[in-house]
Structures are given as structure tokens and as C-alpha cells.
Design a protein around this ligand. Structure first.
Ligand code: NDP
Length: 290
């Protein structure tokens, strides 16, 4: 019998996950299909119960449900609780297990690109949901320190305060600063992670945001990544490349959060190249429609 998977969101029409996962199932000859489930917040509980009733193999969860879904599941892993977001649900015979593959997905994407993670000294720009996942992923991957920098320093301080206890065992030093105080941190960093939405296509802040970063203070061996993947070469990545710094775009995180979810559901190694091709084709068609 065909196993059904899907992504729950509201709205959800923009999601590239169906193309990526269906390409993965096709490449391995797995009898499964992945669709979009548009679920309003008022129907989230029924939708989660529906996963059990309909024997849905598993699901991804996107905005606005990533936090609200947590109390509706049977078990949630500790890092997903710390991040405050579940993006993947595994249905194990009616028992729903929630986890977050954004955090390890970012790490996998950086490792595949060749970024040294162990003992990394990281400056993380932004203090929203993606930044929270990034801090947990980086700390678990062995980063020596993460400085969280936000335009409202209190949001960076709150993030560091919140994650200090769950990450206590990681020995990663967490601290907070303002986006206007980056010079010394950039010169000490081995990796800068851009996790704000300032560099999104069409954002009026994209160029001024990049121009204000002291990228020229960075060591020439250092890396810069931007979690934003539309455009793939953001203003920050372009400026970093022009200075000779090594860069990683945000597509890898999107790909590897999907790869890790796929492997949770199927227990087989995901066909990464087929999934990447589908994702790239989906993003290219979106750009040509805009
Ligand atoms: P949130 O809305 O939760 O957080 C956005 C963050 O960006 C906040 O800290 C916000 O600050 C900051 N910010 C926005 N505009 C500016 C600006 N002009 N200058 C400085 N800071 C700014 O979003 P997410 O954390 O969920 O996502 C952030 C980005 O990461 C998104 O654009 C998304 O595309 C990308 N992302 C990529 C993923 C991937 O798989 N590659 C996965 C998840 C996200 P303030 O609070 O002050 O507004």
C-alpha cells in the first residue's frame, strides 16, 4: 500500500518539500507519495489526530505550527523542545514522535561544504526561530563559542538565556551582542552564520545590512553562510566572496533538513543528489515565475 507523507502549514502552497521528497521516493523506488496539507491553526489538533487515523507515514511541520504541535505529540526529542520547534513527525504505529531536523540539517550542510565545526568560533546574526535552531546545531556539533548578534540586543540575550541550560553539557560558550558591535567578534570568528531575514529577495534592507557588516575584519580562512536561500547568492554572500572568504548558501540547510527527515521515515540513506536536483529545479521555476 502506498505510504502517504506531507507537509502541514498555513499557507503551504509555496513549499518545495513535495518536489524534494517525491524525487527521493522515485529515485529509490519507494512506494510513497508526499503532499501538501493546508491546516489552519484551529484544525491543528484534528490534523495531528488524522495522522494516526489515516496511517500517514510522517509529516513535516512548517509555519505557523512548529511550536503549537509540540504538546500534541506523544514524544518530542530534547533539542526540539529546547529550540521550541518541531519540523518533522515520525508516525511509529500510531505513536507520534517529533524532532527538529533544521539544526542538524544546517550542521550537515556545513560539514559537507568542508566547514570545520569542532572548536568553531561562530558569530550568529539574528535571534529568531532559525537562529535558535542554529545555536543548538552548532553547539551540538562541537563549536567552541557562539556570539548571538541581533539588532535588538535583548532578543539575543533572551535566546542565550533560554538555551544556556539545555546546552550546558555542550561546553559551547554562548554570549549576546548588538549588530553594531561586531568588529572584534568578526576578527576572531571562524564562521559567520547569517540567520536574519534581512537578505531575503526584495528586502529593502538587504544591501544596507550587508554593507554594515565588518566582513573585511575576518580572517581570510573564515567561512560565511547565509540561511536565506532566495536568492541563493545573498548580498552578504556576495560581499564575502568579493573579499575572498569561503561561502555556503542556504540551500544546503533546506536540503539536509529534508534528507534527515527522509531517513527518519524510511530508515534508508536518502538519495541526496536526486533531492537536491528537485529542490534546485523548484527554486529555479519560482524565480522564473517572479
Ligand atoms: P524570524 O522572523 O523568526 O526571525 C527573523 C530575525 O531576523 C529576527 O531576529 C529579526 O529581528 C531579524 N531581522 C529581520 N530583518 C532585519 C534587519 N533588517 N536587520 C537586522 N535584523 C533583522 O525568522 P526565522 O528565524 O524563522 O528565519 C530567518 C531567515 O532564515 C528567513 O528569511 C528564512 O528564509 C531563513 N531560513 C532558512 C532555512 C533553510 O532551511 N535554509 C530554515 C529556516 C529559515 P527582530 O526580531 O528585531 O525583527
Amino acid at each position: 500500500m502506498t505510504t502517504v507523507y506531507g507537509v502541514m502549514g498555513y499557507p503551504v502552497h509555496h513549499s518545495k518539500s513535495p518536489a524534494m521528497h517525491n524525487a527521493g521516493f522515485r529515485a529509490l523506488g519507494i512506494d510513497a507519495v508526499y503532499g501538501r496539507f493546508e491546516v489552519s491553526p484551529a484544525h491543528l489538533r484534528e490534523a495531528i489526530d488524522g495522522l494516526r487515523a489515516l496511517h500517514i507515514g510522517g509529516a513535516n511541520v512548517t509555519l505557523p505550527h512548529k511550536k503549537a504541535v509540540i504538546p500534541l505529540l506523544d514524544e518530542v526529542n530534547d533539542d526540539a523542545v529546547a529550540i521550541g520547534a518541531v519540523n518533522t513527525i515520525v508516525n511509529d504505529g500510531g505513536r507520534l514522535f517529533g524532532l527538529n531536523t533544521d539544526a542538524p540539517g544546517l550542521v550537515r550542510s556545513l560539514e559537507v561544504a568542508g566547514v570545520p565545526m569542532s572548536d568553531a568560533r561562530v558569530v550568529l546574526l539574528g535571534a529568531g526561530g532559525a537562529a535558535r535552531a542554529a545555536v543548538v546545531g552548532l553547539a551540538r556539533a562541537g563549536a567552541e563559542s557562539v556570539v548571538v548578534a541581533a539588532r535588538r540586543v535583548e532578543s539575543a540575550e533572551a535566546l542565550v538565556q533560554d538555551l544556556g541550560r539545555p546546552l550546558a553539557s555542550s561546553e559551547c560558550e554562548l554570549s549576546a551582542t548588538g549588530l553594531d558591535k561586531l568588529g572584534a567578534h568578526f576578527s576572531n570568528a571562524t564562521l559567520v552564520v547569517q540567520a536574519t531575514s534581512a537578505t531575503l529577495a526584495g528586502s529593502p534592507s538587504a544591501q544596507p545590512f550587508a554593507d554594515a557588516l565588518p566582513l573585511d575584519a575576518m580572517n581570510k580562512d573564515a567561512w560565511v553562510t547565509d540561511l536565506v536561500y532566495a536568492p541563493r547568492e545573498t548580498t552578504v554572500l556576495k560581499a564575502a566572496s568579493q573579499l575572498g572568504l569561503k561561502t555556503v548558501d542556504g540551500l544546503g540547510m533546506l536540503l539536509y533538513q529534508g534528507v534527515l527527515a527522509f531517513e527518519q521515515w524510511t530508515n534508508v540513506a536518502a538519495p541526496v543528489n536526486a533531492m537536491r536536483d528537485a529542490l534546485e529545479a523548484g527554486l529555479a521555476s519560482r524565480v522564473s515565475q517572479e
